[in-house]
Design a protein around this ligand. Structure first.
Ligand code: NAD
Length: 291
């Protein structure tokens, strides 16, 4: 049996089409939601992401504000820009593109963003809200996308044993919280876990977010298990590179019930959920303004 392929590109397109309608309904109140993206320096991969975010923001009918700062910007100047955006009523979401240059403390910058506008979901207030099951939480976009993809093949995840490979603040930890919220039994495996393969063999769901090319092998996967591959790894090949995930796709496909491809799986969902979070932030802010 070969796994069904979870088409993240198509699912993200559907999500954005629905969002466009919701944004238009929100706009009937008099204003469109606005997303500000801050890009520091000239990292080419970050520039590509920021362009894609700006284009998709405009496509769903939201306002896109882009702020580019030189790579040697002073931390205080970046903080001042974030504080200005915090006060700007036209801005509902603020995203500071990571990674930041080494002389800037990302933790300080991310904590400066108003939690009500923290559409990346990285502020400690939002991490706490997610951990305590507070529905006002703005949760990180990639984990939200993973849950959506899982539910596209299994609407009810309750009782499933989910193994998350990776414990980063951006993917692994928030994803584990969201899976708990779906009533899964959750195991987080990481670089110090003994027998990661054995842990995966007990899973109904494996979400691989370790950043290790093709680490998850076919014989790690129970027959019929769902596999979400978050990893994006560049592998050199003649004259360029190709992208691979954290799962050895062909082997895992032979055993899994469903699997996401790389590219075209989790990646497109991340921006779609950034837009979804921006709309959620706009709705929550307009309710707060009324009450
Ligand atoms: P990270 O480097 O911050 O964290 C990696 C985690 O994997 C760590 O917690 C580490 O303990 C764990 N790990 C490393 N080696 C391991 C091993 N051999 N076995 C088990 N666990 C191991 O990375 P991140 O930011 O969480 O990203 C993870 C991957 O997901 C990367 O490939 C990244 O490019 C990708 N990513 C994709 C998207 C997307 O939109 N598709 C978004 C964010 C990250």
């Amino acid at each position: 049996m070969s796994a069904s392929i979870i088409d993240g590109k198509a699912i993200a397109e559907g999500l954005r089409a629905r969002l466009k309608e919701d944004v238009s309904a929100f706009g009937a109140n008099g204003r469109a939601p606005g997303l500000a993206v801050v890009l520091v320096g000239s990292d080419p991969a970050s520039a590509v992401y920021v362009r894609a975010k700006a284009r998709q923001t405009a496509e769903v009918g939201m306002l896109s504000f882009e702020h580019r700062l030189p790579g040697d910007v002073r931390q205080d100047d970046l903080i001042r820009l974030v504080e200005t955006l915090n006060r700007d009523p036209a801005v509902d979401g603020i995203l500071v593109q990571l990674p930041l240059p080494a002389h800037i403390d990302a933790t300080v910058i991310l904590s400066t963003v108003d939690p009500a506008k923290d559409v990346d979901g990285f502020h400690p207030v939002n991490a706490g809200r997610l951990a305590t099951g507070d529905t006002r939480a703005l949760s990180p976009c990639t984990p939200l996308g993973c849950i959506h993809l899982l539910k596209s093949v299994r609407a009810n995840l309750a009782g499933a044993h989910a193994v998350v490979l990776g414990r980063s603040n951006i993917v692994g930890k928030p994803l584990a919280q969201l899976l708990l919220g779906e009533n899964c039994t959750v195991t987080i495996a990481h670089s110090r876990t003994r027998d990661v393969a054995g842990v995966c063999r007990t899973a109904d769901i494996v979400v691989a977010a370790a950043g290790q090319p093709e680490m998850v092998r076919g014989d790690w996967i129970q027959r019929g298990a769902l596999v979400i591959d978050v990893g994006i790894n560049r592998i050199a090949r003649e004259g360029g590179y190709r992208l691979v995930g954290d799962a050895a796709f062909d082997e895992v496909r032979d055993r899994a019930g469903a699997i996401t491809p790389v590219p075209g799986g989790v990646g497109p969902m991340t921006i779609a959920y950034l837009l979804q979070n921006t709309l959620k932030a706009a709705r929550q802010r307009s309710c707060d303004a009324v009450t």
